[in-house]
Write a protein that binds this ligand. Structure first.
Ligand code: ZN
Length: 71
């Protein structure tokens, strides 16, 4: 089974869960605030064009658009 990351629209908490294929998270419960209905996050490697490769505004270290670990 794949591991997906889910974001809680209520408190913003992101949690990784081992989920069945195609899980959208709408029935999952936030471990932080117990809100039902999480939003699945798109994996870093599967977001082509999101950062606008080579153009201004992108990440200067080319981390792939997910800058959480590079700044
Ligand atoms: Zn939450």
């Amino acid at each position: 089974m794949p591991i997906y990351e889910f974001k809680c629209p209520s408190c913003g908490k992101i949690s990784a869960k081992l989920s069945k294929m195609g899980e959208t998270g709408e029935k999952l419960v936030c471990p932080d605030c117990q809100a039902v209905g999480l939003v699945r996050q798109i994996s870093g490697f599967a977001s082509p064009g999101l950062a606008g490769k080579g153009s201004s505004g992108g990440c200067p270290t080319h981390c792939g658009g997910n800058c959480s670990g590079c700044r």
